[in-house]
Structures are given as structure tokens and as C-alpha cells.
Design a binder for this molecule. Structure first.
Ligand code: ZN
Length: 470
């Protein structure tokens, strides 16, 4: 049985102009990943990814605070939702989706500021070891993002946990809206290396040539092992105004210049270190990320990490409630943004006081009443009498028809006649809207004589008296 072991390796110091060590990702060098790289067809077509199974990953956020719960750098819900939207925009094209699961607090002063170091003794290692061993500080099978005050020595930090049970991303709060960092770290989660990876003691330097017939061709085995990301020197510099490679005449180990026309290093790649320029994954990288997902599914040790979630979770609000007895909605059900949403009319469907089940596609629906495009940037309400379509899921069937006619009682009470006759020796039990609408309302009563009162929004009160026998 294979294990996903993680080697804590020294990230070489990037002292050359234009680049600093801002990621702090531990490299992962073992056969577990090698198999993924050797099996994957890196020359797949872009279209081929849309046929793959949809992979839905949950993302949990943790706001690291002082031990007493105070915090100068509070992580907001909008900041977290912005990250989710950015990830979806950059990963949906190859059928990888992210679901926001909320923000928890992690009150530990010692982890507010993390001094990144080169080995297991560093504070980042102390932090991730603490996360590994402490229940309630992480969610399995998901990406966990920790907002701290500062990481000295890195812009962010990534570590897949032992045996791939969950992914950890640590980022200082002041970089939380630098979204390309997050795409880069999630790229690591799906096994991508830095484009300038050289291996321990330069054991894996990638040559510039892309001619497979060349004796110097090693793009499939060295560096990031991605054939369509050009070779990049360690400490790669770039021109920030147009995001092009800034050459200092460097050559690869066989003397070929990195700035050879058409083979320049991939400054704009998410897995480079070119601050502000990262914006894309290549087909080869996408193929490897998808290959990693497929490989982990087939590997018993990978099952937890790759705990696939049903697409239906994307149709669940991240917060709010569907009221039984509207219309006094103060906490509407809200959806994460970053998809193209259509809300279609389902007012002529049968009554669904709570949204229809995801698998129920029997309801009537009509045209689009509201739509939000992928760049809409506020939480999106699911209004009454509509069903949801998410265009990125490429499924024309709307789901979750919420068609509440506000005819359910909004509360009420049960009067228990303690003597078993209608007199004033009673016990009065108030009921809220959930309780009064419960299917088990009568079933849960003990034997006895009761009056049940149901209050409606239009002022009506329905009363009935029952004799409950066991
Ligand atoms: Zn990195």
C-alpha cells in the first residue's frame, strides 16, 4: 500500500533580483506522484476536460486569533467568498468546483505570527503538526485555509497533510485578497510543482529544448515535469509592466539560453513566483491535476483526500434559512457567487414549503426570472417561487424549487388538559413555525386531551381538539 509521504525540503534561497521565496510549499518528491505524471496525457485537448466527472471540493476557513479570541486582522465572509469565486473562475473549465463551508476561529496566540524556517524545527512545521494532531482545527477531505497575521519568510504556505487527508494553506491576512496566491497553492494541492523546480541539489533541472528527439530533452522528467511549461531558471526575473521574462543571459545546464525566442520561461503561469503576473494554467498542468484526482480515486490511501462531494452541495445555501411561513424573511438563504446563476420561475409547480430535493426533477418550471453573472460579487438570495440553474455545471435542469405559498402556520400552541376534560387545569406549550409544521406534531404527544392552535400570516387561527390514545 502506498503512502503519501511529504519530504520537508529546503526551498533554495532566491536571492536574485525579482524573485523571493514567497510560497514555502514543501516539495513532494516520491513515486506516488510520479505515477500520476507518467500516466497522464499532457497533450489532451481543452475540450476533453469538460467530459470528466465533476469534482467538488469543500473549502473551510480558519481565522487565527489571539488565545483570548481578539484579532486585529479579522477575516471577513466577503474576503473568503471572493477567494471561492476566484478559484471557481479558474478551475471550473476543467470541472473542478469549490464550495464555501464557512469560517471558524482558531484561538492560539502562538500561531498568529509564523516564522518560516528551512526544516522541521520551524514554526510552520510546529503549526501544521499541531493541526495534524488536534481535532477541531481542520476538516478532512477538504482544503483548509488559515488566515494568520504574518508569515516571516514567505507570502503563503502550503502542505498536504500526512496520507493526503486534507490540504493546508496558511496565508497572512494582508495577502488574503491577493487571489493568484490561492490559485497557486491549490495548484500544489493538486500536485503541481513550481515551474522553476530544480530538485534537491539541482538533481532535476529542466533543459530549455522542447524537441523530444533531442538528447537534452527532459521536460517530462525534470523540473515541474510539465512539457508545455517552458523551462525557467531558479530566481527567474521578469518585467512587471508586461509580464515578460527579464533575461540576464542565463542558460540551462547544457548552455541553451532561457530567453530563446518562443521558449521564454512562463512568467504568467500560476506556478511561477512572478508576483502580479500569475494568471493561467497550461493544458499540461490541467491534465496533471485531473490525472491526480483520477489517480487518487483509484488509490485507497487517497480516498479521504479526494472525498468527492455530490454536485448537489453547490445547490445548498452557505447560510440563511428557507422559511416555512414567510414572507417575513430576515435571514434569506444565500448562495456563494462566482458562478452564472439563473433563477427560473417555478410558481406553478406544486407547493414546496422547503426546496424540492435535488433529485426531484418532476416540478413545473418556466422562464428565467433573475440571473447573476460570474462576476457578480455579493451573496445571492434564493427567492421564493424559483428554482436554481448553475450554468457552469452545464446542466439545463433547474433544481431546488422553492415554492412556498405562505400558507403554512407561522406558529401556535398546544393546550394539554391535564384532567382529561375541558377545564382550566391546563399546560400550555408554545410552538414555533418549525415545530407547529412538524409531521410528528401529534405523534409525539403522550396520551391525553389536547387543543392545537395554528396561527397564520393572514390572522386566521385554526383550532382543533384531539383525544390522543397510545
Ligand atoms: Zn508554491
Amino acid at each position: 500500500m502506498k503512502k503519501l509521504t511529504v519530504f520537508l525540503t529546503i526551498i533554495n534561497s532566491f536571492s536574485m533580483l525579482g524573485q523571493s521565496d514567497w510560497c514555502g510549499a514543501n516539495d513532494i518528491e516520491n513515486n506516488f506522484y510520479s505515477e500520476v505524471f507518467t500516466k497522464v496525457n499532457q497533450r489532451a485537448s481543452k475540450e476533453s476536460f469538460t467530459d470528466l466527472e465533476k469534482f467538488v471540493l469543500k473549502v473551510y476557513f480558519y481565522d487565527v486569533n489571539e488565545t483570548d479570541g481578539t484579532n486585529n486582522t479579522v477575516l471577513s465572509e466577503i474576503e473568503a467568498l471572493d477567494i471561492i469565486a476566484y478559484l471557481n473562475k479558474n478551475f471550473n473549465a476543467f470541472n473542478v468546483f469549490f464550495k464555501y463551508e464557512g469560517i471558524s476561529n482558531l484561538n492560539k496566540s502562538e500561531f498568529l505570527i509564523i516564522d518560516e524556517g528551512p526544516d522541521n524545527g520551524s514554526e510552520e512545521a510546529v503549526f501544521v503538526n499541531y493541526l495534524d494532531s488536534t481535532l477541531g482545527t481542520h476538516e478532512l477531505g477538504a482544503i483548509n485555509i488559515y488566515s494568520v497575521e504574518e508569515i516571516n519568510g514567505a507570502a503563503a504556505y502550503f502542505k498536504p497533510q500526512p496520507e493526503g487527508k486534507f490540504g493546508t494553506i496558511v496565508i497572512p491576512h494582508y495577502r488574503i485578497d491577493t487571489h493568484y496566491i490561492m490559485a497557486h497553492e491549490v495548484g500544489h494541492f493538486f500536485s503541481l510543482r513550481h515551474v522553476f523546480f530544480t530538485g534537491l541539489n539541482n538533481s532535476s533541472v529542466e533543459n530549455v529544448t522542447r524537441f523530444e528527439s533531442s538528447i537534452h530533452f527532459n521536460a517530462d522528467t525534470n523540473g515541474d515535469r510539465i512539457v508545455d511549461t517552458n523551462a525557467a531558471p531558479e530566481g527567474m526575473a521578469w518585467w512587471p509592466d508586461d509580464c515578460t521574462y527579464r533575461s540576464y543571459g542565463a542558460t540551462d545546464p547544457v548552455g541553451f539560453p532561457y530567453d530563446y525566442q518562443g521558449l521564454e520561461p512562463p512568467v504568467k503561469n500560476f506556478m511561477s513566483y512572478a508576483h502580479g503576473c500569475q494568471q493561467e494554467f497550461t493544458i499540461g498542468q490541467i491534465a496533471v491535476m485531473r490525472g491526480y484526482i483520477e489517480y487518487m480515486k483509484d488509490n485507497p490511501d487517497g480516498l479521504t483526500l479526494i472525498a468527492n462531494n455530490p454536485v448537489s452541495i453547490l445547490y445548498e445555501p452557505f447560510k440563511g434559512e428557507y422559511y416555512l411561513a414567510g414572507p417575513n424573511v430576515t435571514k434569506p438563504p444565500l448562495f456563494q457567487y462566482g458562478f452564472d446563476y439563473e433563477f427560473v420561475d417555478c410558481s406553478q409547480a406544486e407547493v414546496y414549503n422547503q426546496p424540492s430535493d435535488y433529485s426531484d426533477i418532476s416540478f413545473w418550471y418556466g422562464g428565467v426570472l433573475e440571473s447573476y453573472d460570474v462576476d457578480y460579487d455579493s451573496p445571492i438570495p434564493h427567492n421564493n417561487h424559483t428554482a436554481i440553474r448553475i450554468l457552469q455545471l452545464n446542466n439545463p435542469q433547474p433544481r431546488k424549487c422553492y415554492n412556498n405559498n405562505n400558507l403554512s402556520p407561522n406558529g401556535g400552541k398546544i393546550i394539554h388538559f391535564l384532567d382529561g376534560v375541558l377545564n382550566t387545569n391546563v399546560n400550555i406549550i408554545p410552538k414555533d413555525s418549525d415545530e407547529i409544521n412538524s409531521e410528528n406534531l401529534i405523534e409525539e404527544l403522550n396520551s391525553g386531551l389536547y387543543s392545537i392552535y395554528k396561527n397564520y400570516n393572514d390572522g386566521r387561527v385554526e383550532q382543533k381538539t384531539i383525544l390522543k390514545k397510545q
